[in-house]
Structure formats: structure tokens, C-alpha cells
Design a binder for this molecule. Structure first.
Ligand code: NDP
Length: 334
């Protein structure tokens, strides 16, 4: 079948999506962003990936989050994105905010991992080729590398922005002290850090407990949360066992044995709180992260358009009573 030519919905910015300013920058990001870590590689049906990306864009989601090794296989999520860029999204390039990253394992040998200038610059060149792009909107150092001088990693980010291959620079998974160095180095070199990307959800509180949220806010840097649904735990997905088509069933990044009876019982109680709020558990989990104005956006993963629709509805109510917060803390802080 020949696919009809995609034409974005004319009311995509009036469909309810809200946008938040990213730190002290000129950039606004949608409260819900879409990440391509797991469901867009070459093992996923291309048509489903296309439908999800276009559906997201039609609903005001203009920020797509990628990294060099997203797939599986490595590089294939960027290649999928590149195909859809070419076939459908090219006319909308200036409406899109596209990220990529380097920092984890990508290719064999000493230059395909960690934080060297050699790795970051050559990896971005590969990413641009796979994604059919001349530039990305933000390029991240994907993790802090204690064995590479941080000056080298940060200067690579500065030079990448100066080269025009990325418009902004960001960091991801940096501990507090390294983040402080990164913020001041980048600012001193005229490329202020746009975003810190960290894991943050009701079940994973490190950005709160380590002061990383406040630190980003104080630096004028935006904060973007990844795995806000704890890879699907904070949804209705696992309330009655492990579905065969779920991430936990693949037993890779989300291990089956995470789902102890004790956790399942807590998730069920969280689900009851969500129902009283008139939300699904997924909606409440996203709303919980977005309740904090220091958070710019949450990056969700999704394996269907229906999940995406469910998640988008979270933004309708992101306020919580003190009693709800107390009950949620009782079930999630360990
Ligand atoms: P989530 O916590 O949003 O988990 C996504 C998974 O949850 C989906 O694959 C799906 O599972 C399930 N799900 C999502 N919505 C629903 C719903 N409404 N109802 C039921 N189940 C649902 O995020 P991810 O862990 O996927 O991470 C999101 C993004 O964050 C990544 O794509 C990536 O861009 C970024 N990221 C960044 C990292 C970094 O180091 N900087 C590390 C990890 C992620 P199922 O597939 O079983 O249907």
C-alpha cells in the first residue's frame, strides 16, 4: 500500500499540549517529550514507529530524544528517525527539537565509549548521517567519565556548538560535583548548559535527594526527566502479572524479578490513589514529576499510540494535595 503524504494537523499547538521554558534560555519544551530508547529500533515495526512519531507531533510533542546507541541494534533508532525525517517530517524541521547523545558503549575499540573529544565529535557526525540531519538541537554528554578530564569533554561540547552541528549543549547522568564543573565551564565558554537529563520518578528520587533539581534551577539550566514511568512499572502494565509483549518480559533493562509481590501491592495502592484523582497510574506518575516547576519536561517511552494518548492526558492535572503527596511518599520512598 502506498502511504498518503503526511500533513501535520493544523491544530497541533492548540490540542492541549503545554510548553515550559528551559531554564533561563529562549527554548520552550513540551511538558511531554518522546524518547526513542527502546521501541524504535530495527526490531520494531517501522510503520508503528512512524505512526507514533507523527501522532506525537500532531499532538504538540515537538521534542524527540535520541542517543547514538538507541535501538536495538545500536544506531537503529536514529536510522528509523532519519527515515521518517526524510519521508514525512522534513517540512517541519524548524518546528522540531531533536536531541542526541554520546557517552555509553557504541562501537568497538578505545574511541567508541566514554567522554573523549574523539568519541563525542565522531559519534555526532555518525548520528547526523543516520538521522538525515545537518544539525541537532541539543547534543549531550551522556554520562560523566571519571577517567577523561572534564575540561576535554566540555570543550568538545563547546566546539560542537561552535561548529553548528548542535545548537545547544547538555549533560546527562552527571553527579552533583561534576555537574557544577560542567555548568561553570560551559557558561565561561559562552555555551550555557541547556538541560540536565536525569532519571526521575516517584520510585527514583536521586535528583531530589542529591539536590540535582535545585542545582540545575540555580544555574538557569532546564531539567528533563527520563524513565518517569520507571520503565512501565508506574503504569497499569504490571498490576496483574507480566504481559508477554512488555518490557519486563524481555528481561533486559527492566528485570522480571523487580516485580516482587511487595512492589506489585504498592503499585496497586498507587493505582487506587490515581483512580481517586480521576487519572490512570501512568497519568498520575507523569503529573507527579511535572508538579515541580523546576522540571521542564518528562521524556516518556511508549510502545503504542494508545500509551502516548494516555500519557498526554497527564498534563491536565499536575497539582496534588498535601495528603496525596504524603500517601504517595508512604508507598514510594524506601
Ligand atoms: P518510561 O518510564 O516512560 O517507560 C516507557 C515504557 O513504559 C514503555 O515502553 C511502555 O512499556 C510503558 N508505558 C508507557 N506509557 C504507558 C502507558 N500509558 N500505559 C502502560 N504502559 C506504558 O520511559 P523509558 O524508560 O522508555 O525512557 C524514556 C526515554 O528517556 C527514553 O526513550 C530515552 O529517550 C530517555 N532515556 C535517557 C537515558 C539517559 O541515560 N539519558 C536512559 C534511559 C532513557 P512497554 O514497552 O512494556 O509497553
Amino acid at each position: 500500500m502506498i502511504e498518503p503524504i503526511y500533513s501535520a494537523k493544523p491544530d497541533r499547538y492548540e490540542s492541549g499540549m503545554k510548553y515550559r521554558r528551559c531554564g533561563n534560555s529562549g527554548i520552550l519544551l513540551p511538558e511531554i517529550s518522546l524518547g526513542l530508547w527502546q521501541n524504535f529500533g530495527d526490531t520494531a515495526p517501522l510503520d508503528r514507529s512512524r505512526q507514533m512519531l507523527l501522532h506525537a507531533f500532531d499532538n504538540g510533542i515537538c521534542h524527540f530524544d535520541l542517543a547514538n546507541n538507541y535501538g536495538p541494534s545500536y544506531g537503529s533508532a536514529e536510522a528509523t528517525f532519519g527515515r521518517i525525517m526524510q519521508s514525512d517530517l522534513r517540512p517541519y524541521r524548524d518546528e522540531l527539537f531533536i536531541s542526541t547523545k554520546a557517552g555509553y558503549d557504541m562501537w568497538p575499540g578505545p574511541y567508541g565509549n566514554h567522554g573523549s573529544r574523539k568519541y563525542l565529535i565522531s559519534s555526532l557526525d555518525q548520528s547526523l548521517r543516520r538521522m538525515n540531519l545537518e544539525y541537532v538541537d541539543i547534543f549531550y554528554s551522556h554520562r560523566f567519565d571519571p577517567d577523561t578530564p572534564l575540561e576535554e569533554t566540555m570543550q568538545a561540547l563547546v566546539d560542537i556548538v561552535r561548529s553548528g552541528k548542535a545548537l545547544y549543549a547538555g549533560i546527562s547522568n552527571y553527579p552533583t560535583e561534576a555537574a557544577a564543573f560542567a555548568y561553570s565551564y560551559l557558561r565561561a565558554h559562552g555555551v550555557p548548559c541547556l538541560l540536565h537529563q536525569l532519571k526521575y520518578s516517584m520510585l527514583h528520587r536521586v535528583p531530589e535527594t542529591e539536590g540535582l533539581l535545585e542545582q540545575a534551577a540555580a544555574e538557569g539550566t532546564g531539567f528533563i526527566a527520563f524513565s518517569p514511568l520507571a520503565q512501565g512499572l508506574l503504569t497499569g502494565r504490571y498490576l496483574n502479572g507480566i504481559p508477554a509483549d512488555s518490557r519486563a518480559a524481555r528481561n533486559f533493562s527492566l528485570r522480571k524479578d523487580t516485580l516482587t509481590p511487595e512492589l506489585t501491592e504498592r503499585l496497586s495502592k498507587l493505582n487506587d490513589i490515581a483512580a481517586k484523582r480521576g487519572q490512570t497510574l501512568a497519568q498520575m506518575a507523569l503529573a507527579w514529576v511535572l508538579k515541580d516547576k523546576m522540571v521542564t519536561s518528562v521524556i516518556v517511552g511508549a510502545s503504542s499510540k494508545e500509551q502516548l494518548d494516555d500519557n498526554i492526558k497527564a498534563i491536565a492535572d499536575t497539582s496534588f494535595t498535601a495528603e496525596e503527596l504524603r500517601m504517595i511518599n508512604g508507598l514510594t520512598v524506601r
